[in-house]
Design a protein around this ligand. Structure first.
Ligand code: SF4
Length: 74
């Protein structure tokens, strides 16, 4: 899976950091999300899905990783 953040939408609520702290961080300088892992491992899928779902700005998206065509359920 691949995680992307749209910084035009991110408002720095940091809900994503609460949900998936190893994948997202809050950047104090930009006051926006910092994506720590663009390709998180499968074990983090639930956390990442929650982060995407709870982001109030709908700034996060989860897509297929092009390098891993076996992941057909994401
Ligand atoms: S929850 Fe959404 S708006 Fe808040 S920091 Fe994360 S990406 Fe940005």
């Amino acid at each position: 899976m691949r995680v992307a953040a749209d910084l035009d939408l991110c408002q720095g609520h940091a809900e994503c950091v609460e949900e998936a702290p190893t994948v997202f961080a809050y950047d104090e300088q930009t006051r926006q999300v910092d994506v720590l892992q663009e390709h998180p491992e499968e074990s983090l899928r639930d956390q990442v899905k929650a982060a995407v779902a709870y982001c109030p700005a709908m700034a996060l998206s989860l897509t297929h990783a092009l390098a891993d065509p076996t992941n057909e359920d994401d």
